[in-house]
Write a protein that binds this ligand. Structure first.
Ligand SMILES: [Mg+2]
Length: 334
C-alpha cells in the first residue's frame, strides 16, 4: 500500500536537501534571474543574439540535462566561469522563513545539501536564509564531477563521501525526476510539490514517498515526532503532552505521509451535546490526502485512519468526520 522503500520519518538520520526551489519557494522567481544570466553568458561567450542564445540554452538543457553540461561538452566552457557568472544574483526576493529555520534547528540528524549549483551559491543562500548552521556539508556540482542530478554518479559519490546509509536517509527535492536515483539507491524521498512541467515531470510513480507542500511544516512535524519518547511509542501515553489536534496530525503524518492534511477542531459546534467537554478537542473534522489510499474504497480508507487513531478515539476523541482522498482525486476536486 505504501510505496516500497519508504521509511517513517522517525527512522531518518541523514536529511539530504536540494537547494534551489526546495529551501525557498519557486514563486520568488530567483531562478528567473539565474536563467536570464545564463542567456547573457551565452550571448557574451558564443557571440550569439539573445534569441539564438536562448535557443542554445534550451537545447542544452533538454539534451544534456543542464545548460552547463552542454556548454562544457560542446563549447569547452570552464564550468567555474559559468557558475560564478550565473549565480551573481540578487537574493532580496528570497523571503525569510522562520518556521523552516526553527524546524531545521530542532530536527535531529545531519543535514547535507545536494545541488546542481555551486558551493558558493549554496553558502550564500544558506546564509541569507539563516540556516547555514544546520547543515554539515554541501555537495555541489563540482563534487559530482559536473554530472548534474539526476545522473546517478553524483548520488553515489555523495553517499561514499559522507557514509550515507540509504535506509536511514531521506532526499528532499522539487524536481521529481531527481528523486528517481535516490529511491533506486534505497533512500526515502520527499517531493516538494511544484506544479510547473519541468519540476513535476516524473512525479508519477512509486519513487516518491512523501509529497510536501510546505517544507517548514513538514520538518516541524518530523522534529516533533523525534521529540516524542520513541522508546515509549507502543505505550499508552505516547505524545500525551501534545494537544489532541497535534497528536492527530503527528500520527496521521507518520502513518500516511499525507500530501495535504487538515485537522479542524469542530467541538464548538457540538457544545452541550453528547461527548462534548469544556475546552473542546472532542469533535474533529479531518481531510487527509495520501497516496496510501490508492485502490481502496471509502470504508477501507476510514478503517485505516480509525486504526491509526484508535487510542485517541478510545479516550479523548468523541467524533471524527473524515474526508480521505488520493492525490489524483484531490487534484480533480481541487
Ligand atoms: Mg531544485
Amino acid at each position: 500500500m505504501l510505496a516500497p522503500g519508504r521509511r517513517t520519518l522517525l527512522e531518518i538520520e541523514t536529511w539530504i536537501f536540494d537547494l534551489d526551489n526546495t529551501l525557498y519557494p519557486a514563486s520568488c522567481r530567483l531562478f528567473d534571474q539565474v536563467h536570464a544570466r545564463m542567456t547573457r553568458f551565452i550571448v557574451d561567450r558564443l557571440g550569439l543574439s539573445p534569441a539564438a542564445a536562448l535557443s542554445v540554452q534550451q537545447t542544452y538543457f533538454r539534451e544534456h540535462g543542464t545548460t552547463l553540461r552542454g556548454l562544457m561538452k560542446v563549447n569547452r566552457i570552464d564550468p567555474r566561469d559559468f557558475l560564478a557568472y550565473v549565480h551573481d544574483v540578487d537574493l532580496a526576493c528570497v523571503p525569510p522563513n522562520r518556521v523552516l529555520v526553527e524546524a531545521l534547528a530542532a530536527l535531529p540528524g545531519r543535514k547535507i545539501i545536494h545541488t546542481n549549483g555551486s558551493h558558493s551559491h549554496a553558502e550564500r543562500l544558506l546564509d541569507h536564509l539563516g540556516i547555514a548552521g544546520s547543515f554539515c556539508a554541501i555537495f555541489d556540482i563540482a563534487a559530482a564531477g559536473y554530472e548534474p542530478k539526476p545522473a546517478l554518479t553524483g548520488y553515489r559519490e555523495l553517499q561514499r563521501r559522507h557514509d550515507v546509509i540509504p535506509a536511514s536517509a531521506l532526499m528532499i527535492e522539487d524536481m521529481a525526476r531527481n528523486l528517481v536515483p535516490a529511491a533506486s539507491l534505497g533512500m526515502s524521498t520527499a517531493w516538494v510539490r511544484n506544479p510547473v512541467d519541468w519540476a513535476a515531470a516524473g512525479s508519477e510513480g512509486n519513487h516518491i514517498h512523501y509529497i510536501v507542500d510546505d517544507l517548514g511544516a513538514f520538518l516541524s512535524t518530523a522534529a516533533s515526532l523525534h521529540r516524542g519518547p520513541v522508546e515509549k511509542s507502543a505505550s499508552s501515553d505516547y505524545l500525551h503532552d501534545m494537544s489532541v489536534a497535534d497528536t492527530i496530525r503527528a500520527k496521521l503524518t507518520e502513518r500516511f505521509a499525507p500530501s495535504r492534511l487538515e485537522v479542524l477542531d469542530e467541538s464548538h459546534r457540538h457544545a452541550g451535546h453528547e461527548g462534548a467537554r469544556p475546552g473542546g478537542e472532542t469533535h474533529f473534522g479531518v481531510t487527509i490526502v495520501s497516496a496510501a489510499f490508492a485502490g481502496l474504497g471509502r470504508v477501507a480508507r476510514q478503517r485505516l485512519v480509525y486504526q491509526a487513531l484508535a487510542q485517541e478515539l478510545a479516550s479523548r476523541v468523541h467524533a471524527l468526520s473524515l474526508t480521505t482522498l488520493t492525490p489524483q482525486e484531490d487534484r480533480r476536486t481541487g
